[in-house]
Design a protein around this ligand. Structure first.
Ligand code: AMP
Length: 190
């Protein structure tokens, strides 16, 4: 099962990806998690990433694209993957679509988590109390949401057209268990 998830920060896609990954035993590729794990390396890249991520801006494609393609070509992704947090802008999207075509990787489903700005902002503030992330403060949340609505959300329309019949918008304001069962039902027909 090969999936891409779209949705603003705080829309719950990470939670759903992790639930699904455990259930159907395919890797959850969260670019945010991958980048955060690199912050612990005491090197130049970690310093650069830390500066960008704590401002809420996007990490350059030149860093992201090789990370994602290396993961997608890994043996553990052969039978499936859940891509969460990538693509995030038009150039990543063009790169990914070309990469998938060249490597004959066929997506099964693209899920768009629809949630309103105020709700996701409140959820991220709540999450910040638990996770202590440097990018979960009000000013940075604002930038992250602006980036999402300006650069990432427009991609959904593109994927809706390109992956007709495989694109599925989910109401991310519902209970976690309801979203989970909606996704599982959709997967049965994918
Ligand atoms: P996330 O956990 O997905 O909200 O990502 C946290 C941060 O990692 C983002 O605010 C960006 O700085 C960076 N990041 C994650 N994914 C990407 C991506 N596809 N392109 C650029 N930056 C990213």
């Amino acid at each position: 099962m090969k999936l891409i998830l779209f949705g603003p920060p705080g829309s719950g896609k990470g939670t759903q990806a992790s639930l699904l990954s455990n259930k159907i035993k395919i890797p959850h590729l969260s670019t945010g998690d991958i980048l955060r794990s690199k912050l612990n390396d005491n090197d130049k890249l970690a310093q650069e990433l830390s500066k960008i991520m704590s401002s809420g801006n996007l990490v350059p494609d030149s860093i992201l694209n090789p990370i994602v393609t290396e993961k997608l070509l890994g043996d553990d992704c052969k039978k499936g993957f859940i891509l969460d947090g990538y693509p995030r802008n038009r150039s990543q999207s063009d790169f990914l679509i070309d990469f998938l075509e060249r490597n004959k990787i066929i997506l099964d489903l693209v899920i768009d988590f629809a949630a309103d700005t105020n709700t996701v902002r409140d959820r991220i503030i709540e999450r910040s109390k638990i996770e202590n992330r440097s990018d979960d403060n009000l000013e940075v949340i604002k930038t992250r949401l602006e980036k999402y609505f300006a650069e990432t959300q427009p991609l959904a329309a593109l994927y809706r057209d390109k992956f007709e019949g495989k694109f599925f918008e989910i109401d991310a304001m519902q209970e976690i268990s309801k979203i989970q069962s909606d996704i599982e039902n959709r997967l049965k027909n994918a």
